[in-house]
Design a protein around this ligand. Structure first.
Ligand SMILES: C[S@@+](CC[C@H](N)C(=O)[O-])C[C@H]1O[C@@H](n2cnc3c(N)ncnc32)[C@H](O)[C@@H]1O
Length: 257
């Protein structure tokens, strides 16, 4: 998958994504952030890198823990432009870097106490190299929290056919050990008429691919969390509750150097 394509796709989707993820009852708010909050290390006066930060949603959430530095890094200028605007409006300490997570070599070793990444690694083909670099940039005894698209879920993403096209949603089925390029029709597309039916490409890595890349890098896995959906969904949205039970969106790793 060409990096230019990833960058351009995210530039186009930036506004719709920001609108989608700002919704109070998003999966990210109700499941992902609730889980992450419970495993954060002490962040007061620490340095944080948010890799694949998008519009900076998590970077801004970290601010309440009073770190001394928060850097959001993303390959998409469009996503970062929104983040910068929000930072300016809020007088936030978050700074942004428009950069590819696979080109981190000029950043000094041991620069960050926490390296965080949410739902970015399925755009990376070579997990081993990125994890090695994340490890290098993490301070001694520092923490890395990786929130990934659960492989059970990415295994449902449609696989590219021989003619270069993707099947329709109704043809989707689980193909767990199939490494061909995947596509996904973004749920936030409904927030943006200009890009209806737009597809972006991604990779499906298995759970062992993630675990092995983390372990090989030198990190110790302290915890891995797959949270069950909130009980309130059982009361007010049964299809959403059972949908998440079947194919959870997130798996979250807490790792230590
Ligand atoms: C699903 S969004 C997640 C954004 C943010 N972490 C959040 O949770 O709201 C994925 C992000 O990964 C970024 N991304 C994809 N490939 C990347 C790469 N190689 N380097 C840096 N960012 C990348 C995209 O531009 C996009 O902003």
């Amino acid at each position: 998958m060409d990096k230019t394509e990833t960058r351009e796709n995210w530039d186009k989707m930036a506004e719709a994504y920001e609108e989608f993820t700002s919704v109070e009852d998003s999966y990210s708010n109700l499941i992902e952030w609730r889980t992450i909050k419970g495993i954060l290390p002490e962040l007061k006066d620490k340095s944080i890198l948010d890799l694949g930060c998008g519009t900076g949603r998590f970077s801004f959430l970290f601010e309440e823990y009073k770190p001394k530095k928060i850097v959001g890094m993303d390959i998409s200028e469009g996503m970062i432009a929104i983040g910068k605007k929000i930072a300016e409006e809020r007088g936030s300490i978050v700074t942004f870097l428009n950069k590819d997570a696979e080109s981190l070599s000029e950043i000094e070793a041991s620069s960050f106490d926490l390296i965080f990444s949410s739902t970015m690694l399925h755009y990376i083909k070579d997990l081993d190299n990125v994890l090695k670099e994340i490890y290098r940039l993490t301070a001694e005894n520092g923490t890395c929290i990786l929130s990934i698209i659960n492989p059970v879920y990415s295994a449902c993403y449609p696989v590219m056919r021989a003619d270069g096209k993707f099947p329709k949603d109704e043809e989707w089925k689980i193909r767990y050990l199939d490494y061909r390029l995947r596509a996904y029709i973004q749920p936030w597309i409904e927030y943006n008429d200009a890009v209806s039916d737009f597809l972006s490409y991604s990779y499906h890595h298995t759970m062992s691919d993630y675990i092995n890349a983390i372990v090989k890098s030198g990190f110790q896995i302290k915890e891995m969390l797959e949270r069950i959906p909130p009980a309130e969904w059982k009361e007010n949205n049964l299809p959403r509750y059972y949908g998440y039970l079947e194919t959870p969106t997130y798996a979250i790793f807490k790792c230590q150097k």
